[in-house]
Design a protein around this ligand. Structure first.
Ligand SMILES: NC(=O)c1ccc[n+]([C@@H]2O[C@H](COP(=O)([O-])OP(=O)(O)OC[C@H]3O[C@@H](n4cnc5c(N)ncnc54)[C@H](O)[C@@H]3O)[C@@H](O)[C@H]2O)c1
Ligand SMILES: O=C(O)C[C@H](O)C(=O)O
Length: 311
């Protein structure tokens, strides 16, 4: 199985590293516009093979899309990350043009591929990729909800002082500081509602920390995060390539689900070899429904901005 990752920066290279290390794909192509950069990252990753014991072939190329031919999955991480104090939405002006040209190039060589969108603002970049290529909606998947859910589970694990893998929880809605919706009501510690262990006040703080999880890391690091984002992409790619049919919150095109239409937004999906195989339309309570509607409005407004940027 072949995976291409466009953008060999922090997230792209970490994702290539995790995919190789875990043997998720037999071949990984890293592509970047910076001369020699992807080649260097690929060689560095390949030199881990004998120490960590993987056999994935990793190659790096400078803007040569012919080497990406027949990729089963293409991950798009090309574009600029935010700096402290910025929102993801402020990246739209530069990233929209990059994403549009990248997806056009990808499809010339891999017309049947599944695209995983990472570049921010991710929900709008996913929508842009869908609309500009005309690909069927099952083949464009935005990565955000899985990362936000990992952060939610981490903050819950810290509050409970219990391992994150014993905690389940999901974040839906937009991948933005004010648009994501941690589903606290449904989070559990080995099936037991977390509300049996944590006060309402603590749970509110966990949700608030989750929502600004990316901004917190950007403040600490000076650029946005990459370890958890890279691992989240690899988890998603694994579910596609190995047809695992995991339920993962992803940004996908909705047609009536959750009362919304014509946007890409984070909802629980079954992810398998055909990409998005099903959207799980769970029953939200009135408060969650209102939050989802507000989140969808914000995502829709951001999509509108594409018209003037790409005009
Ligand atoms: N969806 C998410 O959950 C999530 C998580 C983390 C980061 N991100 C986003 O992912 C993007 C990348 O973040 P990063 O930290 O890896 O940034 P980075 O600056 O480390 O890497 C981006 C890379 O893209 C390359 N690039 C730019 N234009 C290109 C083009 N036209 N073709 C090929 N390569 C190109 C750059 O040369 C650079 O190496 C950002 O937009 C960031 O906001 C999203
Ligand atoms: O926070 C960012 O800008 C990057 C990414 O979307 C994240 O959540 O880590």
């Amino acid at each position: 199985m072949k995976v291409t990752i466009v953008g060999a920066g922090n997230v792209g290279a970490t994702c290539a590293d995790v995919i190789s290390y875990r043997g998720i794909a037999s071949e990984v192509v890293l592509l970047d516009i910076k001369e020699g950069f992807a080649e260097g990252k690929a060689l560095d990753i390949m030199q881990c093979a004998t120490d960590t014991g993987f056999n994935t072939r990793v190659i790096g190329v400078t803007n040569d899309y012919s080497k990406t031919a027949d990729s089963d999955v293409v991950v798009v991480t090309s574009g600029i990350p935010r700096k402290p104090g910025m929102t993801r939405e402020e990246l739209i002006g530069i990233n929209a043009g990059i994403v549009k040209s990248v997806v056009e190039n990808i499809l010339k060589y891999s017309p049947d591929t599944i695209i995983v969108m990472v570049s921010n603002p991710m929900d709008t970049m996913t929508y842009l990729a869908l609309k500009s290529t005309g690909l069927p909606k099952n083949r464009i998947i935005g990565m955000g909800g899985i990362l936000d859910s990992s952060r939610f589970r981490t903050y819950l694990s810290l509050a409970l002082d219990k391992p994150a893998n014993d905690i389940s929880g999901m974040v839906i809605g937009g991948h933005g500081d004010t648009t994501m919706i941690p589903l606290t009501r449904l989070a559990s510690y080995n099936g037991i509602p977390v509300s049996q262990f944590l006060s309402e006040e603590v749970l509110k703080k966990v949700a608030a920390d989750t929502m600004v999880g990316g901004a917190t890391l950007t403040g600490l690091l000076g650029t946005s995060a990459w370890y958890a984002p890279g691992a989240s992409v690899a988890f998603l790619v694994d579910s596609i390539l190995n047809d695992q049919k995991r339920m993962i919150a992803c940004s996908v095109y909705v047609e009536g689900e959750y009362g919304q239409n014509d946007i890409c937004i984070g909802v629980p999906c079954i992810i398998g070899k055909n990409g998005v195989e099903e959207i799980i339309d769970i029953q939200l309570n009135d408060n969650e429904k209102a939050l989802f509607a507000k989140s969808a409005d914000a995502v829709r407004t951001m999509n509108e901005a594409l018209k003037s940027i790409l005009a």
